[in-house]
Design a protein around this ligand. Structure first.
Ligand SMILES: Cc1cc2nc3c(=O)[nH]c(=O)nc-3n(C[C@H](O)[C@H](O)[C@H](O)COP(=O)(O)O)c2cc1C
Length: 184
């Protein structure tokens, strides 16, 4: 089973990108996780170009298509989804009729220095998933507050409870993806 990981942060020492790397070490057997690292080269969406998208968007769409499931790790910006992530989601949903997110199982996680642990960004993403026709996993929710206290100076996640939570999220995503496949 192939999972595509997408981080909503371009920051070099991003906690959210680091969460995807942690997830790569906690995968259930028979599962692989690739991280899409080209979000910084995705230009602002322009509907005039949606039928001839730029190369990074072509790549993103191909990799989403190939993936059995999507894992998004995102910060929260101004109580919502970071623009770079929403922009990439919009590109890959177009042109109308070629929405690569359609029918994809997805799991969410996020880390922020604040007390709400990206809850608002995650729920805004879930709202977009309705129109994209994605199938987000409901539980467990991975919303990491006070992020700087959960990582050491090298960016390693030091909180064992959170590692367990991420492992459970991955197991649930794999089970959810299998279930959707069986039923379709
Ligand atoms: C434009 C902007 C808006 C932000 N808004 C929020 C917010 O609404 N809620 C929050 O918890 N953190 C907010 N933050 C702080 C981010 O969560 C913080 O920068 C976080 O470390 C980014 O995640 P990263 O480590 O993956 O880059 C904001 C940061 C920026 C740059």
């Amino acid at each position: 089973m192939k999972i595509l990981g997408i981080s909503g942060s371009l920051r070099q020492t991003s906690h959210n990108t680091q969460l995807l790397r942690v997830a790569a070490d906690l995968l259930p057997p028979g599962t692989e996780l690739e991280i899409f690292d080209g979000l910084d080269e995705v230009p602002p969406f322009n509907e005039d170009d949606e039928r001839a998208p730029p190369p990074r968007v072509v790549e993103l769409k191909a990799r989403v298509r190939e993936a059995d499931a999507i894992l998004i790790a995102t910060p929260e910006y101004n109580y919502s989804v970071p623009g770079v992530l929403k922009n990439a989601i919009d590109w890959a949903s177009r042109p109308y009729g070629d929405n690569v997110w359609d029918g994809k199982p997805a799991a969410l996680m996020g880390a922020s220095p604040g007390s709400q642990g990206t809850a608002r960004a995650q729920y805004h993403l879930r709202q977009s998933f309705v129109f994209l026709n994605m199938y987000p996993l409901n539980q467990p929710e991975v919303m990491i507050s006070n992020a700087s206290q959960r990582f050491d100076g090298q960016g390693h996640l030091t909180d064992e409870g959170l590692r367990t939570r991420i492992r459970q999220l991955l197991e649930a995503l794999v089970a959810w993806t299998r279930r959707l496949r069986t039923e379709s």
